[in-house]
Design a protein around this ligand. Sequence first.
Ligand code: F6P
Length: 323
Amino acid sequence: MKRIGVLTSGGDAPGMNACLRAVVRTAIYHNLEVVGIYRGYEGMIDGDFLKMDRHSVSNIIQRGGTILKTSRSPRFRTEEGRQTAYNRLKEAGVEGLVVIGGDGSYAGAQAFYHQTKMPIVGVPGTIDNDLYGTDYTIGYDTALNTAVDAIDKIRNTADSHNRLFIVEVMGRDAGFIALNTGIAGGAEAVLIPETPTYIDQIITKLETGWRHHKTSSIIIVAEGDDSGGAMEVKDKINEKFTEYDTRVVILGHVQRGGIPSCKDRVMASRLGHAAVETLMEGLTNLAVGLKNNKIVHTSFTKATKLHQEMDLTMFELVEILSG
Ligand code: F6P
């Protein structure tokens, strides 16, 4: 293998640039050439490539987002789109690929591998932390810190006005951001897709708190919770409990931005380095990950079928600590 391609795909995540830097610098260290592919699979289909050298990734380790840009690509879901992308890579002399992204990006990588046999290694990059085969995904730590910082600020105003705040956080179908934000932010309750919605118990808890002169409360709702989201939770609570003046905050894409945390930079550097070495070992159709702080490999088949399991004792912890 003489030349590899690298792309970022799906939702951007803080730390993707640190990972890209690690891919480029590791490849160059091993005398491989690197082609940066802009806009994820979309750019692959369009041949939107740039040859990268050591300096292409200077001064990016601390930057959020992705300098390669990213996309979600409906065209890449078609056989025709993937064939065009393959032709573009061949023209550019690319013999292996590193794909930094989430489960949609892995599904695309797997389909591409099956169709073209192009060697591919995935790197887990998503704030959702929902990927099987790794304890950690790039961007998750920064997103958590952003969400907790927001909760701390909301608590100030909640307390000043004696209000109930219902805060919706991202995570798609997974509740990792919600659960950990809830614990770190001292929330009264957390609603996540992995557990049944329990509005009645939450109301009972709010009533008890109110009787004990609790003046403000915060409830975290994962966007994928089956309650439907923070607005719906507010309506359901207010149907039966109206003591608190209630406000809704949807944190949204602010959770995807910002300077990557130290943990995200270190993990992204390790994973990017491991991805290149994995490709060089001749392994393909799999993702690198970190399990118990060690680099591991998981096939795309498993990584796209299974989900990261949640430790539900953490959920009980919210209940116990929020008293
Ligand atoms: O997967 C990352 C993520 O931020 C999810 O948490 C969220 O559901 C989704 O992407 C939002 O996607 P988009 O930026 O396309 O609206």
